[in-house]
Ligand binder design. Structure first.
Ligand code: CLR
Length: 264
């Protein structure tokens, strides 16, 4: 080492310092996102695992099934907009999000919040009996029969099962939802380069997080491969909502304002 020219060893040190800097920067991104997720995920994993065998009784399922279609739509939209409020708070806490222009903040949230909810649903989904958390207890797809959207519900439950199979940690869910939210390809973005840079950092952080826990490197590929199914679900939801509004033109009052703002 003593024989090396001085500038060479200095160069090495410099490079090493740069590497450390990048590592701490990504570590920073990771910590910010995980903290934001844990602070806004509505239920801790512990709360969810305590609830998981608390299943709706047959009577409770029947009473949901006998609700009129409009009432069930209203109930679901209330739960969804409540959950969206937490997603909005999640986005606001992500480094860089509030520095985007207001137009882009709105574009990203409108386009991404249902996808984020669908990923978050994995935490509240029990794949061993195909149940999801709804109204404080777990229940199967039949709870939603009166909505008249069987194909949509099958797609949602299908996604729940396939995402659960990936056995994502809370950290991975945090980073995955952040990456989905920061999608630079959403229509009407004005500063998509900025969003691209933020998403690049998030994917780097996600890759690092996956390397920590898994031997197989293809988890990220598997996660990304679920995005088309999510897009299909979003489109189906939009179609069903449009159809519902055609059948019930008086729906202006039944949906909560946030649900209308995001989806109508
Ligand atoms: C997702 C994870 C959130 C909490 C939460 C709130 C509302 C839940 C949602 C989760 C999962 C999907 C859900 C939704 C309410 C209605 C909806 C159960 C658990 C079902 C699938 C019905 C959808 C029907 C329409 C789109 C018409 O932290």
């Amino acid at each position: 080492l003593e024989e090396l020219p001085v500038h060479y060893s200095l160069g090495l040190i410099e490079e090493q310092r740069l590497l450390d800097l990048n590592i701490t920067e990504i570590e920073h991104v990771t910590q910010n996102i995980i903290r934001s997720h844990l602070g806004t995920c509505q239920f801790t994993s512990e709360e969810l695992s305590n609830m998981i065998w608390n299943v709706h009784s047959q009577e409770e399922v029947c009473s949901l099934q006998s609700k009129p279609c409009e009432m069930m739509w209203q109930l679901c939209s209330i739960h969804i907009s409540n959950a969206i409020q937490y997603v909005v708070e999640f986005a606001k806490r992500l480094d860089g999000f509030m520095e985007l222009c207001q137009n882009d903040q709105i574009v990203l949230l409108k386009a991404g919040c249902l996808e984020v909810l669908l990923i978050r649903m994995t935490r509240a989904f029990n794949p061993s009996n195909n149940t999801v958390l709804f109204e404080g207890k777990f229940g199967g797809i039949q709870m939603f029969r009166s909505l008249g959207c069987d194909d949509l519900l099958y797609a949602i439950f299908d996604l729940g099962r396939t995402l659960c199979r990936l056995r994502l940690s809370d950290e991975e869910i945090a980073l995955f939802t952040a990456a989905v939210l920061m999608s630079p390809d959403r229509p009407w973005l004005t500063e998509s380069k900025k969003v691209q840079k933020l998403q690049d950092r998030i994917f780097l952080a996600l890759q690092k997080e996956i390397q920590k826990r898994h031997c197989s490197e293809d988890l990220l590929t598997k996660m990304i491969s679920k995005l088309p199914l999510m897009k299909t679900i979003c489109n189906l939801h939009a179609d069903k909502l449009e159809f519902f509004r055609l059948l019930h033109p008086d729906t202006a009052q039944i949906f909560p304002p946030l649900y209308k703002e995001v989806f109508c």
